[in-house]
Every structure is written in structure tokens, then in C-alpha cells.
Ligand binder design. Structure first.
Ligand code: KIV
Length: 307
């Protein structure tokens, strides 16, 4: 299979700002490996996010909290290689995992640098409001673009009391608006709005100069983001309200595996077209297992000789 494609103009943080000004919607999707990154780039997504959702959809944890910086670097590097092979138009962002930026701005800068230098991302994303403005401005001053993330911030699941919609009352909504402005002022180039009322997302989107990217935040954001496994229906057991499955690949994958199992059991796979032949070899004999067990390794299995 050929994977060579002509290089395309890369999406940059300036292009994303232009898209907002021009009213062009931004499509962002998560990826965790090279294959999915290539598929997304071919599908035309503008932004690929190596989300710490990797902890839930790939690693099988119940939250994103156990994901480590080393693991994020590992996944970012895989996605970077996949995009590079695809000719890469998409802008690549990597999540800063829990514990990698909360302790101090110095640590946050060092860890963001690892995601860029070793993981190959063009920007980092971190969760939280005005309380992280100093961290964000330090990372931006180090030359690394930062995407903010407010609303339902999964790394704060215990503080929030679960995965629940945020900003439903006027007080919390006002706080989220203040947070959004603080993040823009701190230097964020884009902002994820997760699980907030559509009315609030519309207000924030209208007030900010930087693009907003919504997930469970209604249709008025400048862009949308979905988790790869949700978008493709790979996760069949759980479907939050804000997810739309654009395919049912989970069902298709199980059905395909079922057909493979049936053909292996029936002996119809592999067929001749899946087998290798060496016409110059003549089968001389097949040594019975007893002979193989006697330790005569030269004669264990099929013995062939060049003709
Ligand atoms: O980790 C993630 O996948 C995310 C998106 C859902 C925005 O943060």
C-alpha cells in the first residue's frame, strides 16, 4: 500500500485564528497512534489532539488521572510519525497530563518542552481556568502555543463530583466567562469548551478573539472536537449525549473477527492466494511427531530439498 502523498499546507495557530475570523469551522479529533493519525489527516481534520483520554479509551482506566507524561510523549511521537507519513496538513496538539503542570510554572514549562521536543507536537493543551494563567503565560513565553480547556475538565473529576455539565447556574456561568477571558489574556491561542450549555458557549465564543472548540457545548463554537473512538463507534458500550457516531466500526470489527474465526475453524483461510509457494522445493517426507520428539531436530516437521 502506498502511503506517499503530496505535502499540503500545514494548519498553524494563525490559520486557526483566520478560520475563526472567516467563519470557517474547525474540525478537531483525538488520535493516539500512527494509523489513526493518518486516517484523520486523510479525512481532512484541521487539528489532531493527542488527548489524555488515551487513559480511558486505550488504556482502559476509569479516568484520565493515571496517564503519565512519558506515556503522552510516547503517544504524541507515534501520532507525529503517522502524520509525517501522511504528508500532514493537520495541526498537532498534545495534552499535558495530570500532575505535569499543576505543581509549578517551571515544571510545566519543562514538561511542555518534552511534549514538543520528544513528542513532536506543535502546541500543548492544559485544563483549568484563571488559576493557571501564570502557568500558561510562562509556557507561551517559552515559545510553545497553549490551548486552554474549561468547563468539564476531566482531570478535576473528583473536585467536580463526577462528569457533569458545568456552568448551568448564573454564578458558575459568570466564572467560566471570566476564566475564558483570563486564558485568552494569558496567551492561549484556542480554547476547548467541554460540556457547558450551548447558550453559554455561544456567549463565550462571541466575546473571544481566539477560536473556541466545543465538545458537548452546542453548535455555536468555532469548532468541534470528538474522541476518535466515539466518532467511529469503536466504543460500543457507552454513548454520552454529545457524541454522534459517524460510523459503527465497533460492530463492523466484531463481525469481521467473527468471519475470520469461522474461516480458520472451517479451514477456508488461508486460501491459495494467501499462501507462499516454492516450486523448486520437493517435499521428501513428513516426519511423524514421534521422530520429532526423539530430538532429531533436523527432521522435525516438513523436510524439503532443492530439486
Ligand atoms: O483528552 C481529550 O480527549 C480531550 C478532548 C475530549 C477535548 O481533552
Amino acid at each position: 500500500m502506498s502511503t506517499q502523498t503530496a505535502p499540503q499546507k500545514r494548519v498553524t495557530i494563525h490559520e486557526l485564528r483566520r478560520m475563526k475570523a472567516a467563519g470557517e469551522r474547525i474540525a478537531m479529533v483525538t488520535a493516539y497512534d500512527a494509523t489513526s493519525a493518518r486516517l484523520l489527516d486523510r479525512g481532512g481534520v484541521d487539528v489532531v489532539l493527542v488527548g489524555d483520554s488515551v487513559g480511558m479509551v486505550v488504556q482502559g482506566h476509569e479516568s484520565t488521572l493515571p496517564v503519565t507524561l512519558d506515556q503522552m510523549v510516547y503517544h504524541c511521537a507515534m501520532v507525529r510519525r503517522g502524520l509525517a507519513r501522511a504528508g500532514s496538513r493537520a495541526h498537532l496538539v498534545g495534552d499535558m497530563p495530570f500532575g505535569s503542570y499543576q505543581a509549578s510554572p517551571d515544571e510545566a514549562v519543562k514538561h511542555a518542552m518534552r511534549l514538543v521536543a520528544e513528542g513532536g507536537v506543535e502546541a500543548v493543551k492544559l485544563e483549568g481556568g484563571a488559576e493557571f494563567a501564570d502557568v500558561i503565560s510562562r509556557i507561551v513565553r517559552a515559545g510553545i502555543p497553549v490551548m486552554g480547556h474549561v468547563g468539564l475538565t476531566p482531570q478535576s473529576v473528583h473536585k467536580l463530583g463526577g462528569y457533569v455539565v458545568q456552568g448551568k447556574d448564573a454564578e458558575r456561568a459568570q466564572q467560566l466567562i471570566r476564566d475564558a477571558h483570563a486564558l485568552e489574556d494569558a496567551g492561549c491561542y484556542a480554547l476547548v469548551l467541554e460540556c457547558i450549555p450551548a447558550e453559554l458557549a455561544r456567549l463565550i465564543t462571541g466575546q473571544l478573539r481566539i477560536p473556541t472548540i466545543g465538545i458537548g457545548a452546542g453548535p455555536h463554537c468555532d469548532g468541534q472536537v470528538l474522541v476518535y473512538h466515539d466518532l467511529l463507534g469503536l466504543e460500543t458500550e457507552f454513548k454520552p449525549r454529545f457524541v454522534k457516531r459517524f460510523a459503527e466500526l465497533g460492530e463492523a470489527a466484531s463481525a469481521a473477527v467473527g468471519r475470520y474465526v469461522a474461516e480458520v475453524k472451517q479451514g477456508t483461510f488461508p486460501a491459495d492466494e494467501h499462501s507462499f509457494h516454492a516450486p523448486s522445493l520437493r517435499l521428501l517426507q513428513v516426519v511423524p511427531p514421534a521422530a520429532a520428539a526423539s530430538g532429531d531436530e533436523d527432521h522435525a516437521g516438513v523436510v524439503g530439498a532443492p530439486v
